[in-house]
Design a protein around this ligand. Structure first.
Ligand code: ZN
Length: 197
C-alpha cells in the first residue's frame, strides 16, 4: 500500500454529521449512532478519493510500447460513485475498448482510471467521457470506446422509484465513432454482460 492509499479521513464531516442526524430527527447521542460521525468521515474520504488523485498518478509507469492494432477490450470493471444531484450512490459496470497505435496500457490501470473519476460526486455521463478522454490522452490510440451501465439509487429509492431501471452511457472516439463495424464488434463483445440480456 503506497502512502496515497493510506485510509484518509475528513474530520470536518464529524460535527456536520451530528447536525445532519439531528436535522433528520435522530439523536446523535444514542448508542448506535455514537461513532457514526467518525465512520461517515472515513467512508466519505474513501468514496471521494478521486479528488486527491491525478491521471498521471494512477497510471504511473503503466504505459508500454507495443506492436499490433487489434482491439483490446476490458470488460466488467465495477464502479461505485455518488450522484452529484442527491449525493446517493450509483454503481455498475464499465467496459473499455481501444485500438492501439504503438502504445498499450497495463490492464489493471483501466480499473484505476474508472475509480479515479468515480470516487467523487459525479453523473454517469461525465465519468464515461472522462474515461474515454483519459485513454485518448494517454495512448493516442486509433479509437476508444467506453460503455457504462449503472443503477442509480436516487431513482430506485425515491422520486420515480424505478427499482429495476439502469442507465447506459457511452463515449466513442476515433474508429469506434467513424467505423460502424468496429463499433459493432465492441458492442457485441460486451453485450452478453449487460444487465437483463
Ligand atoms: Zn441523483
Amino acid at each position: 500500500m503506497s502512502k496515497s492509499e493510506q485510509p484518509r479521513t475528513i474530520s470536518e464531516l464529524e460535527p456536520l454529521t451530528r447536525d445532519w442526524l439531528t436535522a433528520i430527527g435522530e439523536n446523535p447521542g444514542r448508542e448506535g449512532l455514537e461513532r457514526t460521525p467518525q465512520r461517515v468521515a472515513k467512508a466519505w474520504a474513501y468514496m471521494t478519493e478521486g479528488y486527491g488523485q491525478t491521471l498521471a498518478g494512477v497510471v504511473g509507469e503503466g504505459i508500454f510500447a507495443a506492436e499490433g492494432s487489434e482491439m483490446v477490450i476490458v470488460k466488467d470493471i465495477e464502479f461505485y460513485s455518488m450522484c452529484e444531484h442527491h449525493m446517493l450512490p450509483f454503481y455498475g459496470r464499465a467496459h473499455i475498448a481501444y485500438i492501439p497505435n504503438g502504445k498499450i496500457l497495463g490492464l489493471s490501470k483501466f480499473a484505476r482510471i474508472v475509480d479515479l473519476y468515480s470516487r467523487r460526486l459525479q453523473v454517469q455521463e461525465r465519468i464515461t467521457t472522462q474515461v474515454a478522454d483519459a485513454v485518448q490522452d494517454l495512448l493516442a490510440p486509433k479509437g476508444v470506446a467506453v460503455l457504462m451501465e449503472g443503477v442509480h439509487l436516487c431513482m430506485a429509492m425515491r422520486g420515480v422509484q424505478k427499482q429495476n431501471s439502469s442507465t447506459t452511457t457511452s463515449a466513442m472516439r476515433g474508429l469506434f465513432r467513424s467505423d460502424a463495424r468496429t463499433r459493432a464488434e465492441f458492442m457485441s463483445a460486451v453485450q452478453g454482460t449487460l444487465r437483463g440480456r
